[in-house]
Design a protein around this ligand. Sequence first.
Ligand code: CAA
Length: 387
Amino acid sequence: MPFKLTDEQIMIQTMVRDFAREVLLPTAMERDRTKEFPAENLRKMGTLGLMGMMVPPEYNGAGVDTLSYVLALQEVAYACASTAVVMSVHNSIVCETINRFGTEEQKQTYLKPLAAGDVIGAFALTEPEAGSDPVSQLTWAERDGEHYIIHGTKRFITSGKHAGVTIITAKTDKTKRHKGISAFIVKKGAPGFTVGKTEEKMGLCASDTTDLVFEDCRIPAGNLLGQEGDGFKIAMTALDGGRIGIAAQSVGVAQAALDAAISYAKAREQFGQPISKFQGLRWMLADMATELEAARQLTFSAAAMKDRGERYTMQASIAKLFASEMVNRVTAKALQIHGGYGYIKEYPVERFYRDARVFTIYEGTSEIQRVVIANHLLEDRYVGTLR
Ligand code: CAA
């Protein structure tokens, strides 16, 4: 591995690999079929320190760096992509955001149980009419004494049904664009807060995706994250880290698909020899491994920049764009190598193919990643930052 890992990073990778392959992998196919949320496995992951990986130990976190987190997430995604997306949103977006922008009281009340894995976190930015353009969101909140009252509907919320804590954005000043958006922490059971419809999805079936409905939902004023008007920047900062998580998830699923394709190509015989002897398939495997490795290095590099405290927004988008498109190509080739067996549910590649499809869509589509990358390239201060 060209990226030199520390002993601690290798230890975390090994520990999570053992756990994921022994506990998550054997039941992943069944979970895909039953759509059962992996609550028990997530609790076990909490005890292993995987639900607050980058949170300091004083708030029940593991206090490790982003690179260690990426290694862990890749291993979880290798075994079960549904579990990985819950872990990714929970760690990268929810825990990191409260840790970075929350008050001491918010950290004591919300971050501690999240980081311990006692409750699951969700992030609610998207709305029925506001996906790629979150500034156009309609959800709004008004101050009423010691409370805020929230009105609106959020859509496509990962873990919406199972989350105990959700970060939501809402307009507190409708006359302003992004500067009129604020972020709030909402607890499950808050008056006026209900879970709406659960989506029937193509993949990631064991991770629920729901609407969240706020009808005069009353929350304490102390649940405002940052200041009024900070919500858009908080959400964008959260997504920078989240996009590294989706890149890591893509690498994990692509590795699983490549490994499955290699095993199948060695075992399957046609025309009197293993199909791995045919050059057409050997070159497919070689191309899959090459782009997988490139995606892994981009993901590590974005994580390392974040760990060094550098500005990493563009590198997170580059890693997310390349890795999510890569995993779609790699899973499609893995399925092709399996022939007819790739198309049936007895083999895991058809699940990998379905699970990977959303990676170029959520946490910013590939088109939005290109917008972010191009915006950075055309900034005056860009010159030389890729070298
Ligand atoms: N970090 C900090 N600040 C940022 C930022 C970042 N990464 N990106 C933008 N900003 C700031 C800008 O500096 C600007 O601030 P100033 O006015 O002070 O200069 C402000 O935010 C507005 O920026 P833009 O004018 O560039 O904003 P925009 O409306 O043009 O949108 C965008 C920019 C990048 C396209 C953004 O809208 C975007 O990322 N869209 C995609 C949304 C998305 O990813 N949704 C995914 C939903 S979450 C999800 O999928 C989770 C899940 O459950 C799996």
